[in-house]
Write a protein that binds this ligand. Structure first.
Ligand SMILES: [Zn+2]
Length: 268
């Protein structure tokens, strides 16, 4: 099970995602969540995933959609993507979500590392989608990069019945507590395996076992020993193996336990 990956991005990079996912499922892959990035990527992703019902399609505008575009992040108020434009795209997203009966909102959140748009616009976009999730009773997938304090603030102000997932958890203990208090799950990505990430492995030990998930964020963030290659959901195994050692839990038991968590998250 891989709680967060991007089939469309793998497809755009030339991967035959149909063949990839078919092979993974033949080898016992239990599915996961295909995370959305933009207001208009749903239709294409639903098409790519139509033969894989165990891959749940989430949809949302990520913080990158608060800026002009990904290539031109501008951290000034004069950024030329207006709130009106963002609002119009949110309307497109909402109608796509209704049309395709999408039940998970993500990924949403804040990214102050890449400085998309302005902080104000990122927070606006984040809050609007927390309201959307609340209105349709959906859980969320949260992206947080260098924005722990504001992320904690928003998830605290917009409590959701079904909580959500902190995707690619960065090890911030305050965020972990705020997320757990609000019913969220904590998902660790392939960077758990990086030699330099001892602090993240320590943080892993603090997460209650019934709130733990793992992910690849494919095609990004490839785990050891495949660093340098594009990532794919099959490589999530390396993150499970690393966690199994850190937590001193047999690999098969850990996989079962995380799958139970994932099913509870999905309410299936
Ligand atoms: Zn992602």
């Amino acid at each position: 099970m891989d709680s967060h990956f991007h089939t469309q991005v793998m497809h755009d990079k030339g991967v035959d995602t149909n063949a990839l996912l078919s092979a993974l499922f033949e080898n016992g892959f239990k599915g996961g969540i295909d995370a959305g990035c933009t207001h208009d990527d749903i239709e294409s992703r639903v098409g790519l995933l139509k033969d894989f019902p165990l891959v749940h399609v989430a949809a949302a505008m990520g913080p990158w959609e608060a800026g002009a575009n990904e290539e031109t992040p501008i951290d000034v108020e004069e950024d030329f993507k207006t709130i009106e434009t963002i609002q119009a795209q949110l309307d497109v997203l909402k109608s796509n979500i209704a049309a395709h009966r999408i039940g998970i909102i993500g990924e949403i959140g804040l990214d102050y590392y890449w400085k998309y748009g302005t902080r104000k616009k990122q927070i606006f976009l984040f809050e609007e989608q927390m309201k959307l999730a609340s209105s349709i009773g959906a859980p969320v997938l949260i992206h947080d990069r260098d924005a722990d304090a504001d992320t904690i603030d928003v998830i605290g102000r917009f409590p959701l019945e079904r909580g959500g997932i902190i995707h690619c958890f960065d090890g911030c203990i305050d965020l972990m507590h705020a997320a757990l208090d609000n019913g969220y799950y904590i998902s660790f990505a392939g960077n758990l395996t990086f030699k330099s990430n001892a602090a993240l492995r320590e943080a892993l030990k603090k997460v209650p076992l019934d709130r733990l998930l793992f992910e690849t964020d494919s095609p990004y963030l490839t785990p050891v020993p495949h660093r340098g290659k594009p990532n794919n959901p099959g490589f999530v195994l390396h993150t499970y193996e690393c966690a199994s050692q850190v937590l001193n839990i047999p690999l098969e038991r850990l996989k079962e336990l995380v799958l139970e968590n994932f099913r509870r998250f999905l309410c299936v």
